[in-house]
Design a protein around this ligand. Structure first.
Ligand SMILES: Nc1nc2c(ncn2[C@@H]2O[C@H](COP(=O)(O)OP(=O)(O)OP(=O)(O)O)[C@@H](O)[C@H]2O)c(=O)[nH]1
Ligand SMILES: [Mg+2]
Length: 256
């Protein structure tokens, strides 16, 4: 990794799974607010900066995920706008180096699978390494055992990761559990350092049209072509002809 460079990490996962707590664990101090946060719509994000003792710097984009396997039609326009703003912001900062997918140690669900697809397949086009961060494991005698028990289930849902960290992100624990919290910091930092891609991914030519058309697959009902052209021109600042071409490429999934 180039000395002095900053790695960009996108963290995602359902509300309350422990994203803010994981950021604080990684930082070694309280920089992110623990819930309840104000409700945010899908792909809205907050940015945090973390520097490890060895000097490596990270910019963490804490993003809001889907709360159900599908998106309501009304949620489609703001999600699209957030995705567009997020990719541009990431581009300005050199692209994404790592995805952290945060889940609570429990059973694997359809919403988890949808979020995995939204961020890894749709948003990052499978071009960014993904690390699974499993929280709430302080009661496990060996936290890593969760992964061994659930690897088959993850496989069944097609959730694939370059690495994983089984941990506890709850900071108000004492005694033996406190030791597990400290152990968790080492596990998390190790996996982040091991899997950050050297080059940031920024999304290629045609990213927007491709993302819009993939996102449609998640929406209940069919978004209107005129609504999409409206967002692209009014909110994303795109020229009308370009927006029309984008909507045209998406084609038959849209209602005219
Ligand atoms: N027992 C236990 N509690 C945890 C763990 N991680 C987080 N929590 C608790 O779960 C609650 C939610 O944690 P947050 O870190 O705010 O979750 P979040 O994903 O950032 O939530 P949103 O920002 O609302 O999406 C808090 O009360 C945390 O203290 C964990 O590993 N174990
Ligand atoms: Mg949070």
């Amino acid at each position: 990794m180039a000395p002095g460079s900053t790695q960009n990490i996108v963290i995602f996962g359902e509300t309350g799974v422990g994203k803010s707590s994981v950021i604080n664990l990684m930082a070694g101090q309280q920089i992110a607010h623990i819930s309840p946060d104000a409700p945010r719509c899908t792909l809205h994000w907050t940015e945090y900066q973390i520097t490890f003792e060895n000097g490596t710097r990270y910019r963490v984009f804490d993003t809001a995920s889907l709360e159900e396997p599908r998106l309501g039609t009304g949620a489609y326009p703001p999600t699209l706008l957030n995705a567009y703003n997020l990719i541009n912001n990431l581009k300005e900062h050199g692209g994404v180096n790592l995805l952290l997918f945060c889940i609570r140690g429990g059973r694997v669900t359809a919403t988890m699978q949808s979020n995995y697809r939204l961020f890894f397949e749709f948003f990052c086009e499978e071009r960014v390494p993904l690390v699974l961060v499993v929280t709430n494991l302080e009661r496990e005698p060996r936290m890593e055992d969760w992964y061994r028990r659930n690897a088959g289930q993850l496989e069944k849902y097609n959730i694939r990761s370059a690495g994983h960290a089984c941990l506890t992100a709850a900071n108000l624990l004492d005694g033996r559990l406190r030791d597990k919290y400290e152990e968790s910091r080492g596990i998390l930092r190790g996996v982040v350092e091991a899997h950050c891609n050297a080059g940031g991914w920024t999304g290629g030519q045609g990213w927007l049209a491709s993302f819009i058309s993939k996102l449609v697959k998640f929406v209940v009902g069919h978004p209107k072509k005129t609504d999409i052209i409206g967002i692209l021109t009014k909110r994303c600042g795109m020229a009308k002809e370009v927006a029309q071409q984008v909507a045209q490429r998406i084609g038959e999934e849209l209602v005219t």
